[in-house]
Design a protein around this ligand. Structure first.
Ligand SMILES: [Zn+2]
Ligand SMILES: [Zn+2]
Length: 161
C-alpha cells in the first residue's frame, strides 16, 4: 500500500478505545483528524520504553476523552521541544504524550489501543538506530531520522481519517 488511509489496514479509523495495563485508565478517541501510526526506533524511545521501539500515532487532543488517575513525566527533546508524557498513576503504563512544538496534537502509544493487534505498521522512523534483530517488510516506508514539521509528518505517514 503506497500511503494514506489504507496504511494501517483501516484499524485506526473512526472511534477507538483503549486503556492501561491495570484497567484504571480508559480512553475513547472519537473520530477525527489523525495520522497513520508509525514505529520509532530512536534511542530515546528505546530508553523510555525499555524496549526496542515505540509505536505512536499523532491525533487531535480534543478528540481524547480519558478517565482514571494520570501521572506525568517530563522530557526535553533533543529537537528543543518539551514533551509531557501521560500514563496511569497505578500501573505506570504510558498512554500518550504532548509535545509543545505540536499544538493541539497528542502522540498516542498505540499498544494501549484495544485493537492494537489489528494495526499494520508500515512507517518506521529513526531506522538508523533500529536494533538489528528487527526485520522490516521490503515495502516498509523508512526514514533514517524523522519528519520535522507537521507538513512533513503528513507527507510521510499520511492522514488516517
Ligand atoms: Zn493502570
Ligand atoms: Zn523515538
Amino acid at each position: 500500500m503506497a500511503d494514506g488511509a489504507e496504511g494501517a489496514g483501516g484499524a485506526v479509523k473512526g472511534e477507538l478505545t483503549g486503556g492501561c495495563l491495570c484497567g484504571a485508565v480508559r480512553y475513547t478517541l472519537s473520530a477525527g483528524f489523525r495520522l497513520n501510526p508509525y514505529a520509532c526506533h530512536c534511542t530515546d524511545c528505546q530508553s523510555r520504553t525499555g524496549s526496542a521501539c515505540s509505536e505512536h500515532m499523532l491525533f487531535t487532543l480534543a478528540d481524547l476523552e480519558i478517565t482514571g488517575e494520570l501521572d506525568t513525566g517530563e522530557y526535553d527533546q533533543p529537537s528543543g521541544g518539551h514533551s509531557t508524557i501521560y500514563g496511569c498513576a497505578k500501573c505506570k503504563a504510558r498512554i500518550y504524550a504532548f509535545n509543545n512544538g505540536r499544538e493541539g496534537m497528542g502522540s498516542l502509544r498505540c499498544g494501549t489501543l484495544d485493537n492494537s493487534a489489528d494495526l499494520e505498521i508500515q512507517h518506521h522512523i529513526w531506522v538508523r538506530s533500529k536494533q538489528p534483530w528487527i526485520g522490516l517488510a521490503a515495502d516498509a516506508k523508512i526514514m533514517d531520522e524523522q519528519p520535522r514539521s507537521t507538513e512533513e509528518w503528513v507527507a510521510f505517514v499520511g492522514i488516517a481519517s
